[in-house]
Every structure is written in structure tokens, then in C-alpha cells.
Design a protein around this ligand. Structure first.
Ligand code: FAD
Length: 315
């Protein structure tokens, strides 16, 4: 049984750590859904993050680490134990020569912008991805002109024993929408250094503007969502299969499949997480029935679920 008061008392002694009890998670997630976290903490600095995680490990308290919560759906019943959200506060960004180092909580759009101002190219692809550096590295986030695997030089991380370690580029074992951190869920990114190329600022801004326009034209950015709902199945595109199954624009209560991009599951502001899960299951089942292709969610289901979740792959 998680001793919330005991945890609150001990964590309260850590400098630069904001804490709140029974924090509703909806306002901190891009899906705008999710019940309360028993104890919600937000480190302001990398030092506070390391100190908090070490204490949490020592005490064996249940822990969920989040970046900007743009790739997760949080249960209506909330999250038991401690939620440590790194973004927006733990967001240091520094540039030295051609290397940019950012804390895990820094926004991907901010590192792209800082790179552009410094005339360093390589991060424009990340400018429209709404997540954090930590979440981006974990997921090997990518779009249009690049992906994390192309630019990560090294990461500093906390291992399961609470030791601070360095992971070199190749050791990230990046793959499609995953990395070393996906396979080692008790290891957490503290910061990442990116290797960038001197590039005229105008070229970077042009690339960013082009990407922003392509996103605006193709994605339902005015609805809460978790981005692409499903991973790309080998040899297919999830959005096309969903569209071919007749589900583009399908609504089930207050959640549904975007009519603009069938790869996005969205909600209209009045949905529950439970209703969104039903849409995932309806889409997964119908596509499987019609095409014999299993769509596995890219969105991660976080918290205390009592509903039957859609089938997942090994991740
Ligand atoms: C409108 C929209 C568009 C999107 N477009 C794209 C796109 O083009 N390309 C793309 O790849 N993704 C896209 N996404 C998905 C999402 O933004 C990315 O996957 C992003 O990298 C997730 O970052 P996050 O900070 O939100 O992570 P979260 O959602 O907070 O977390 C994702 C996972 O990473 C873990 N995690 C987070 N931080 C850390 C850390 N520091 N250490 C260890 N584990 C951690 C969490 O526990 C969780 O399992 C989109 C999402 C939306 C809503």
C-alpha cells in the first residue's frame, strides 16, 4: 500500500521540486483526459529530478515518469502512486560549438527553434512534434525530414539503481518508435546532447515552415489526441487501412476517428478515456476482420485501467 503522506513528507524536503496531491491529469495531457495522480511532482532542475527518483527507488514507491504526455492516454481512474512530469519546468537548453544539450523536459519545438537561431541544422523535423526531449528520445520521434536516431550524440540517464550514467549514440538501440529506454522502462533520460550541422538560418526556417504547413493541412490539430493512434504495420499505412475500413470520420459518442487524418483518434472535449479506448478497440477489431492486419497502438495507456485495453505488441 502506497503511503502518500509519508512520500509527501519526504519528497517535500527536496529543493526545486513542486508537489501536489490528487492532481487531475487531464490538463497535463494532450488528450485532455485522465483522472487524478495520487501524488504529482514536477522537478524544476535535473538535480531535483535525480534526488526525487533516488528517494522513490529507495522507498520502492510506484512511479510513472511523463514528459509532455502527448503520446499517452491516461485512465479516468487516474494513476496510483507518484507521477513525475518533467515538462514544462525541467527545460535547460545549452549550445556549445555544434552540440546542443537539452534537459529531458525541454520541448522538441524549443530545441528546434534554438538550433535555428544558432544556425545549426538537424532538428527542424522535431519542430512540430508536441513532445519533450525525453519522450522524443524514448520514442525515437520522427517526422518528414528526420528522426531522433539521426541526431542524438549521447544521453545522460538514471539507471534502475539510481546511478547517473551516459549512453552513447549507438547504445540507444533506436528502432521505429522505440529505443533502449522503451526496453528498460526503469531507466530515465535526464538530458540529451544532439550533434548538429552549421546551416544557414533561413534554410532551417524554410524547412520548419514547410513542415508546419504540411502538418496544418493533414492533421486534426484542433482536437485533443495522442498523435498517430497506431504504429505503422509492416507493408501498410494505418491511416489507409482505417480509411478503407470505412472508419474515417467515425464517431462513437464523444470520441472518434479524425475525418482529416484517419490515423488520429480524437475526442471532442466531452469524452472519457474509457470511450476513447472503445474507439481504439473498434478500429483495431474492424481492420483485423477486414484485412487480417493487426494495428498495434502507438499511444501508451497509462494508469489504473479497469477497461479491456486494445491488443498491444511486445512494447
Ligand atoms: C498532434 C500530435 C502530433 C504528433 N506528431 C508526431 C510526429 O510527427 N512524430 C512522432 O514521432 N510523434 C508524434 N507525436 C507523438 C508524441 O508527440 C511523441 O511520441 C513525443 O516524442 C512524446 O513525447 P512526450 O514528452 O509527450 O512523452 P510522453 O507522452 O510524456 O511519454 C511517452 C513515453 O515516454 C516515457 N518518458 C517520457 N519522458 C521520459 C524520460 N525522460 N525518461 C524515460 N521515459 C520517459 C513515458 O513514460 C511514456 O512511456 C504527436 C503527438 C500529437 C499529439
Amino acid at each position: 500500500m502506497f503511503d502518500k503522506q509519508g512520500a509527501l513528507n519526504k519528497l517535500n524536503r527536496i529543493k526545486d521540486l513542486n508537489l501536489a496531491e490528487d492532481m487531475p491529469m487531464a490538463s497535463f495531457s494532450n488528450f485532455k483526459l485522465g483522472g487524478p495522480a495520487d501524488l504529482y511532482i514536477r522537478p524544476q532542475t535535473e538535480e531535483a529530478f535525480v534526488a526525487a527518483i533516488r528517494l522513490i527507488r529507495k522507498e520502492n514507491w510506484p512511479l510513472t515518469v511523463l514528459g509532455r504526455a502527448t503520446n499517452v492516454l491516461i485512465s479516468d481512474h487516474g494513476i496510483r502512486g507518484i507521477v513525475c512530469q518533467l515538462s514544462p519546468d525541467m527545460a535547460r537548453i545549452e549550445i556549445l560549438d555544434n552540440e546542443l544539450t537539452a534537459s529531458a523536459g525541454a520541448r522538441l519545438s524549443d530545441i528546434a527553434a534554438k538550433g535555428a537561431v544558432a544556425g545549426l541544422g538537424g532538428l527542424a523535423f522535431s519542430s512540430g512534434i508536441p513532445g519533450s526531449v525525453g519522450g522524443g528520445v524514448v520514442m525515437n520521434a520522427g517526422a518528414y525530414t528526420g528522426k531522433m536516431a539521426d541526431v542524438v550524440l549521447r544521453s545522460q540517464y538514471l539507471d534502475a539503481e539510481g546511478e547517473v550514467r551516459i549512453l552513447e549514440a549507438a547504445e540507444h538501440d533506436f528502432y521505429y518508435r522505440g529505443s533502449f529506454f522503451n526496453d528498460n522502462k526503469d531507466h530515465f533520460v535526464i538530458n540529451t546532447t544532439f550533434s548538429l550541422q552549421p546551416t544557414p538560418a533561413k534554410d532551417i526556417y524554410d524547412e520548419m515552415a514547410d513542415i508546419a504547413l504540411r502538418r496544418y493541412k493533414s492533421q486534426p490539430l484542433n482536437y485533443p489526441s495522442g498523435g498517430s493512434a497506431f504504429k505503422r504495420p509492416p507493408g501498410h499505412f494505418a491511416g489507409k487501412l482505417i480509411s478503407d475500413a470505412g472508419l474515417k470520420g467515425f464517431w462513437h459518442g464523444h470520441a472518434g476517428v479524425s475525418g482529416k487524418h484517419a490515423g488520429f483518434i480524437i475526442q471532442d472535449g466531452k469524452s472519457s478515456a474509457s470511450e476513447v479506448v472503445e474507439v481504439f478497440r473498434i478500429v483495431q477489431n474492424k481492420v483485423y476482420e477486414m484485412f487480417d492486419v493487426m494495428l498495434y497502438p502507438e499511444v501508451k495507456f497509462i494508469g489504473d485501467w479497469q477497461e479491456e485495453l486494445p491488443q498491444r505488441d511486445s512494447d
